[in-house]
Design a protein. Structure first.
Length: 193
């Protein structure tokens, strides 16, 4: 039984945080459609009514979970210098054999088939990682170039980590990073171009 249920002093911020953390886990593991409000509530140690009280609906809870996972930098950092190299090296190491799973990509992959989730995913990606990358780019069409870069990132992650195509899965991280840097360079117009 959780602290919320044992009769301890109520802490609205802690309860809200517990629900959001539980939602991130459930949506990441099961996707939008298969993650149930009851399962999220159970994981958080609250009732399903508490989720409605704090978030209003599963849709709004999902939107906040998307913001939570796409907010922090994972592959796209916050530094402009040698941007294509930094993204390429991070992506290669984060998709290599034995790398830790990337929750934002798993949440995306498992939830995107659901029309109810697509709008929140698009908004979250654009507001966080898309805006962060576009803000680092100089020159014309930064949003378009940023989203093309993100397409390369997502496609590489999908083919290397999820599908595990033979050549990409077996490739040396350094070799993958070198090739990715060359591909990203023209999009980001940095010293790697």
């Amino acid at each position: 039984m959780s602290a919320v249920q044992t009769g301890r002093k109520r802490d609205g911020a802690a309860t809200r945080e517990a629900i959001l953390a539980a939602a991130v886990v459930e949506f990441t593991q099961h996707g939008y459609a298969r993650a149930g409000v009851r399962q999220i509530a159970e994981r958080a140690g609250v009732t399903a009514m508490m989720i409605n009280r704090y978030f209003g609906s599963k849709d709004r809870l999902f939107a906040e979970a998307v913001d939570r996972v796409f907010g922090p930098p994972t592959v796209v950092g916050e530094e402009r210098g040698a941007l294509s190299r930094a993204i390429a090296q991070t992506l290669a190491s984060r998709t290599g054999v034995g790398a830790q799973e990337l929750d934002p990509f798993l949440l995306l992959l498992r939830s995107v088939p659901d029309p109810e989730a697509t709008d929140a995913l698009r908004k979250g990606i654009e507001a966080h990682v898309g805006a962060r990358l576009a803000g680092l780019l100089e020159g014309p069409l930064p949003e378009v170039r940023a989203q093309l870069g993100l397409a390369l990132v997502a496609g590489t992650w999908l083919m290397r980590s999820v599908v595990g195509t033979s050549a990409l899965a077996a490739a040396d991280d350094g070799e993958v990073a070198t090739l990715l840097e060359r591909m990203l360079g023209p999009l980001v117009n940095d010293s790697g171009a």
